[in-house]
Design a protein around this ligand. Sequence first.
Ligand code: FES
Length: 114
Amino acid sequence: MIRKLCYVDNLPDEGKLKAFADSRPDSHLSLCVGVLDGQPFAVDNLCPHQGAPLSAGKLDGENVVCPLHAWKWNLKTGGPLHAGDPALPSYELRQYGDEIFIRIPTERVGKEAC
Ligand code: FES
């Protein structure tokens, strides 16, 4: 499923994080979006450790740092910095004109939780 996420002007500044909600009425998906080298990336906003909003954390290079206990994940891939930590679901973002679109895998549609 591909949906419009926002306008380019709504993206966070380079090196910052911002939360976005899926606009579908039946969705609870919350996303943590950041921009690296001018390209936006999105991962789940819910920390798999104890549920902190990752968008309230910070970026350390390409890594999202959780605001509670500083666990880290790569914003581009959702991969954990430390082996054994769970990966974050990541989402493909594409820009068309002045709009940003997100691809939500079909297995995630209707299964989001945050
Ligand atoms: S709640 Fe995110 S690392 Fe603990």
